[in-house]
Ligand binder design. Structure first.
Ligand SMILES: NC(=O)c1ccc[n+]([C@@H]2O[C@H](COP(=O)([O-])OP(=O)(O)OC[C@H]3O[C@@H](n4cnc5c(N)ncnc54)[C@H](O)[C@@H]3O)[C@@H](O)[C@H]2O)c1
Length: 367
């Protein structure tokens, strides 16, 4: 039994023994009869095999084995000094290649399910950053039309024009503030009229206040952040959800929350942001339960520290060293690293998945 299993077992047994001692100490003092499994013998260092080479066998039509054999046999060296994580380059501003119907038809069923062929997608916060890259990913995954809702007129317009120019897909931009329920409803009605009811909502619009002490936090700023991050998630989901229900269409809602909704990002002081994202996660779960009967799925993505404009502020430079040191992958996430999960959650490949909150954080929250 591993150390962890032993610890879990002793935790389970402790209440039965009516003792308050620390579980590890209980483990040592337990009579043998109370141990449900035999203790593992201590593994000796010499038991661990440390190969200098790994033998490999490959069976493939391309094999060049002797006498027409279909297998190759060789060894690869083992490098034990290479413990430094490899850098993972951020994306270049490359083309966006839409998934064509011809290519889609050639894809095996599993990959077809992972696409969002012919779906209408609304993305809030799609003018820049994570939302913009998820919009690009949706184009590459087969979306029929992309609709960006964002409060930034100039960036939103530019983003829509660029995405259309790169993909030739229909792309619309609505200058909408996610706090404005009436404007959202008008924009969603217009989407329904133009493209039909949306199949997917990706809610990425959000703001962050960092390094503001709770004791001096301006209540007006606190309300503003909650209004954008949490009330905005509600207003967008309500409006798009109603359109899906009215059309009797199944749908997928993806809320961009944050790992800050589940952990506290010590040492920076950002109680309001953390509270807003915890609200988004719990709101998403509640909505998932309520709307399962309409075939509308709701899931959250919880990113860790990502390398976007949101974090490119001088005040955070020193803290980024701490962020990296606390992230097992020792880096910030690239701006396109939510794309795969976003498409998966939007697609029918995740059809039995609702109410989930999935972290993409380089391992930060495992610690
Ligand atoms: N960058 C990170 O490290 C990180 C980590 C965890 C979660 N997140 C979350 O991911 C989401 C996107 O973050 P990002 O890094 O791409 O940020 P970003 O600032 O680059 O992009 C956010 C977008 O949202 C838009 N927006 C802001 N307020 C709005 C409003 N009231 N109405 C409509 N649009 C509005 C902005 O104009 C912008 O285009 C946010 O919800 C953020 O909280 C980011």
């Amino acid at each position: 039994m591993s150390g962890r299993s032993a610890l879990r077992l002793t935790r389970a047994v402790a209440p039965l023994l009516n003792t308050t001692r620390a579980s590890t100490r209980i483990s040592r003092s337990l009579p043998v009869a109370h141990r449900a499994f035999s203790q593992s013998s201590v593994r000796l260092r010499s038991d661990v095999v440390r190969e200098t080479e790994v033998p490999v066998s490959v069976y493939s039509p391309d094999s060049t084995g002797a006498a027409g054999s279909t297998s190759d046999h060789f060894s690869i060296p083992v490098n034990r000094d290479d413990a430094t994580p490899k850098p993972f380059p951020p994306p270049e501003d490359t083309e966006v290649i839409p998934l064509s119907k011809a290519v889609y038809r050639q894809m095996p069923p599993t990959l077809q399910k992972m696409s969002i062929m012919d779906k209408v997608v609304i993305i809030t916060g799609g003018a820049r950053g994570l939302g913009n890259h998820m919009a690009r990913a949706c184009a590459e995954a087969g979306a029929k039309a992309l609709v960006i809702f964002d409060a930034n007129q100039e960036l939103g317009d530019e983003a829509a024009a660029e995405l259309h120019q790169k993909t030739q897909l229909p792309v619309s931009f609505f200058k909408v503030d996610v706090r404005d329920g009436a404007a959202i409803n008008a924009a969603v009605d217009s989407v329904v009229e133009t493209y039909g009811a949306p199949d997917v909502l990706i809610n990425s619009a959000g703001i962050a206040d960092s390094n503001i002490k709770a004791e001096t936090y301006d209540p007006a700023m606190f309300r503003r952040l909650i209004d954008i991050n949490l009330t905005g998630s509600f207003l967008m989901s309500q409006s798009v959800g109603r359109a899906m229900m009215a059309a009797g269409k199944p749908g997928s809602i993806v809320l961009v929350a944050s790992m800050s909704g589940s952990i506290v990002n010590y040492p920076q002081e950002q109680s309001c942001y953390n509270a807003s994202k915890a609200g988004v996660i719990q709101f998403g779960k509640s909505l998932a339960a309520e709307w399962a009967k309409y075939n509308i799925r709701v899931n959250c993505i919880s990113p860790g520290y990502m390398d976007t404009a949101l974090n490119r502020v001088p005040a955070l430079e020193a803290q980024k060293k701490i962020w990296r040191s606390l992230t097992p992958q020792a880096r910030l996430g690239n701006v396109d690293e939510l794309n795969g999960l976003c498409v998966f959650l939007a697609s029918d490949a995740s059809s039995f998945m609702t109410g989930a909150n999935v972290a993409i954080d380089g391992g930060y929250t495992v610690l």
